[in-house]
Design a protein around this ligand. Structure first.
Ligand SMILES: [Zn+2]
Length: 413
């Protein structure tokens, strides 16, 4: 199976309990507005085609039995199938489900950290992602995209159903808390997508050829960020499954991983390592408005570096992450971004600092002092204290005098 083919197969987008289509940063605590797809799902967009539908339902019955026997869980309720068209999905799950406020802030964050160019349109990118959906599930219903789903192709169509049916079982048997940060959400998504990915890969190897998974190295950093649950979820669940079988996987739900660091390093998770929540940086008063607060995590840092530095540097410099908190303040068009990152020790903090300086060199930032840089758009200040790093980014860029005052304010508070 070629990579392209596999990518389409893997991009089966859903969550076990609710439909949230913003993948990363979808839980900035300050501005949250979740758009659910169930609001628009009532429209039945495909004209009835008896023969096709019968084929789908027959394959569904067969695959349900297979999933029950392999996963060792029985469906508690009947499963329904709704057939959609590509056009409808892009319209309703692309354009129709975007949270524009959230997307604007994500875009600001990604641009501010040099991950995407200043003229990049994140909204377009997100709408485009809906074009990759081949199937989804919510409650006890599986949604399939007709153009992507040929019930006569038992291998491919069957694997898609296995994946979605696993999500339905997850909804029936397991509970995950509401994620409070993007990093946590990515970890939860990696668990459910990893489990669905593992069982559907077992189905594929039983029924034909297995084409391997998605590789981070083949993807640009933004796409790699979006696809984190599909790239790194399966190896994580596989690790637990190899040690403790499906019972072991069931147990993850009692104490799920809460960071991408645990997904990337399953041995850490199984040894009981958990992330820390750093104390918040001091509030900025006056007319500045806090518009976003989040935790970005090891994997985000890795992609930030990957955008400008070799992958090996990116991986090593992001490792050793223990926790972080990022905040964005706005005042008119001006903004301040503060990002506090806690590392395992001061050496890890220094390793991050060196990589971050390398990144700033790559984007041609002008070094203004030992700890500060400027670009056309921003001033960037970095402070390291023991195992803690504080990055402050201000736009529009400040004059050297104001900068000095600002740094001393941070240090004194
Ligand atoms: Zn899925």
């Amino acid at each position: 199976m070629k990579t392209r083919e596999w990518i389409i197969l893997v991009l089966i987008i859903t969550a076990a309990s609710s439909f949230t289509f913003s993948y990363f940063f979808s839980h900035p605590q300050v501005v949250t507005q979740t758009v659910t797809v169930t609001e628009t799902i009532n429209i039945v967009p495909v004209p009835p085609d008896g023969e096709y539908e019968e084929g789908v339902r027959e394959l569904l019955r067969h695959v349900m039995e297979w999933v029950e026997s392999r996963r060792g869980l029985s469906f508690k309720e009947e499963v329904d199938v709704v057939i959609l068209t590509r056009e409808w999905v892009v319209q309703h799950w692309g354009v129709g489900s975007l949270n524009l406020t959230e997307t604007r802030l994500e875009e600001r964050l990604l641009k501010s950290l040099f991950m995407i160019p200043w003229d990049f349109n994140l909204t377009e990118f997100k709408v485009g992602r809906a074009g990759y959906i081949v199937a989804a599930s919510a409650g006890n219903t599986v949604y399939i995209v007709k153009e992507e789903f040929n019930p006569d192709n038992e291998l491919r169509a069957g694997a898609i159903l296995v994946h979605e049916l696993m999500h339905i079982l997850q909804g029936e048997y397991f509970d995950l808390p509401d994620p409070s940060t993007s990093d946590e959400e990515n970890a939860f998504d990696a668990l459910i997508e990893g489990e669905a990915g593992l069982i559907s890969s077992q189905y594929i190897s039983e029924h034909g050829e297995f084409g391997g998974g998605l590789s981070e190295g083949d993807l640009d950093p933004l796409t790699a960020l979006w696809l984190f649950p599909y790239i790194h979820g399966r190896p994580f669940v596989e690790y637990v499954h190899e040690k403790g079988g499906w019972d072991g996987v069931n147990e993850i739900y009692d104490d799920p991983p809460r960071s991408t660091a645990e997904i990337l390093h399953p041995e850490k998770y199984s040894e009981g390592w958990r992330p820390v929540k750093p104390s918040l940086p001091p509030e900025i008063g006056g007319e500045w408005r806090l518009v976003m607060q989040d935790t970005l995590g090891e994997y985000f840092i890795r992609q930030m570096f990957r955008a400008h530095l070799p992958s090996s540097t990116a991986n090593m410099s992001a490792e050793g992450w223990r926790g972080d908190v990022v905040q964005i303040y706005e005042k008119g068009d001006a903004y301040v971004m503060r990002w506090k990152i806690v590392w395992e020790d001061s050496e890890e903090a220094m390793e991050f600092l060196e990589a971050f300086k390398g990144l700033l060199r790559e984007v041609d930032a002008n070094q203004a002092s030992a700890n500060s840089w400027t670009t056309e758009m921003e001033s960037i200040m970095v402070e390291v204290s023991g195992a803690e790093v504080l990055i402050e980014i201000i736009s529009p860029p400040m004059k050297p005098m104001e900068e000095a005052i600002n740094i001393s304010n941070i240090q004194n508070s």
